[in-house]
Structures are given as structure tokens and as C-alpha cells.
Design a protein around this ligand. Structure first.
Ligand code: GAR
Length: 189
């Protein structure tokens, strides 16, 4: 049974999809830890409901990124985490975490990277008038949404309703994230 960690900052729907896939046996894994930089986020409540250990912290309580990342690395080490899945974690991963877990961190992003990196990717794409949207899963390195791409899926949408694009995109994300994690874990066996 593999051990993974999920990092989130918001609603946590991807976290929940991954956790449910572990519970149902679709993934031969367990979510050993949720890391959340917003203690009031819905993701934290989901972890409580699912009985998953959660490290919820406020970055403002730490002098530097390195300080809180050191605490995260210690937790990941002690829980035997093999793969870190960023799922709406809206922070740039720092040196501390990358030097300990580089090559073992993946991220999901709601655009066809390298287009529309960073925050508000869907809104940026709509402002640009794109007709083909998409989702990308990639390895995390020191660049913003810039690591090597693992999986991508596109979908057509003509219009300017960001909520609708988010809704379509999230359905794809939940399925795609689970499938991609499954492949990565199988390659480790
Ligand atoms: C997801 O749509 C994910 O692609 C996006 O945040 C959302 C989190 O939703 N991530 C980024 O924009 C990363 N740059 P969730 O909390 O419901 O899983």
C-alpha cells in the first residue's frame, strides 16, 4: 500500500476524489496526510470527515517559508510519504521541500500549460478568448507551473462563463488525477 500526501488551499474536491479512490480500492494507496495552508479551508473539514490526518498551518505564524516547509518535510518523512500531490495548493514550493521531495511532487493545473500558468488560469484563458481549455498534471520544480508535463486533457468551450469552465474542468481533474497517480505508483512497483 503506497502512502501519499495531498496539499490543498481551498475547497479540496481533488483531495476528496483522491481520498475516495484510496478508500474504494481504486488506488492501492492511502492518503497519509493533508497539508493545508488555510486552516479555515473546506479541505480541512473534508479531512476531518474522512478521518485523514491534517497539518493545517498559517504561513504568517512562521518567520520564513523554509521554517514551515521544514516542519512539513519532517511530517512527510515520519509518515513515510512516497508521493506529494498538490491539489489547489496556492503556494510556490520552496527549496526546503524541493530538495527533500524533488521528483516526487506533482501538481494539477486548470490550463493547457505552458499557457496560463499561475493563479486565475481559467479567467486568464477566457480573457484571452481561447476556445480550447484543458487540464495539466506536471512534475513540480522551482518554476511556477513549469515542470515536465505528465498528462494533459483538452476540452472545447465557447463562451465566457468561468464557473461553467471550472465545473467542466473539475470533473476532468478528479478522474485524471486519480488515473495519473495510479500510473505513477504502478511505475514505482
Ligand atoms: C483545481 O481546479 C486546480 O486545478 C487548481 O485549483 C483548484 C483546486 O480545487 N489549481 C491551480 O490553479 C494551481 N495553480 P479543489 O480545492 O476543489 O481541488
Amino acid at each position: 500500500m503506497h502512502r501519499i500526501a495531498v496539499f490543498a488551499s481551498g475547497a479540496g474536491t481533488n483531495f476528496e476524489a483522491i481520498a475516495q479512490a484510496c478508500i474504494s480500492g481504486q488506488l492501492d494507496a492511502t492518503v497519509a496526510l493533508l497539508v493545508c495552508d488555510k486552516p479555515a479551508a473546506e479541505a480541512v473539514a473534508r479531512a476531518e470527515r474522512l478521518g485523514i490526518e491534517c497539518f493545517a498551518f498559517n504561513p504568517k505564524d512562521y518567520a520564513t517559508k523554509s521554517e514551515y516547509e521544514q516542519q512539513i518535510v519532517a511530517l512527510l518523512d515520519s509518515r513515510g510519504v512516497e508521493l506529494v500531490c498538490l491539489a489547489g495548493y496556492m503556494r510556490i514550493v520552496g527549496e526546503k521541500l524541493l530538495s527533500a521531495y524533488g521528483g516526487r511532487i506533482i501538481n494539477i493545473h486548470p490550463s493547457l500549460l505552458p499557457a496560463f500558468a499561475g493563479a486565475r488560469a481559467v479567467e486568464q484563458a477566457i480573457e484571452y478568448g481561447v476556445k480550447v481549455f484543458g487540464i495539466t498534471i506536471h512534475w513540480v520544480d522551482q518554476t511556477l507551473d513549469g515542470g515536465k508535463i505528465i498528462a494533459q486533457q483538452a476540452f472545447n468551450y465557447e463562451g465566457d462563463d468561468a464557473e461553467e469552465v471550472h465545473r467542466i474542468g473539475q470533473q476532468i481533474e478528479h478522474r485524471m488525477y486519480v488515473e495519473t497517480i495510479k500510473k505513477i505508483l504502478q511505475n514505482k512497483e
